[in-house]
Ligand binder design. Structure first.
Ligand code: SF4
Ligand code: SF4
Length: 64
């Protein structure tokens, strides 16, 4: 399963939301101003969230 980590010290949350827009599986969502992870078992490990993040605040690893 994917291990998805958001570094909230680096993340701009609702002011950015780029990763939320690009995730094809709707894993990354906003909870208030904050990016949170939901049903990570559906993550396809496509890494587009990592590619799009301007702050390297999201990290996805395969954690099988
Ligand atoms: S790796 Fe892909 S499916 Fe997984 S959270 Fe990032 S954008 Fe979504
Ligand atoms: S793309 Fe990066 S900075 Fe923007 S909301 Fe996602 S994790 Fe935060």
């Amino acid at each position: 399963m994917a291990k998805i980590t958001i570094d909230h010290d680096k993340c701009e949350g609702a002011d950015c939301a780029e990763c939320i827009d690009v995730c094809p599986m709707e894993i990354l969502i906003l909870d208030g101003d904050k990016v949170v992870v939901q049903h990570k078992e559906d993550c396809s490990l496509c890494e587009v969230c990592m590619d799009v993040c301007p702050n390297e605040a999201v990290e996805v690893e395969d954690d099988d």
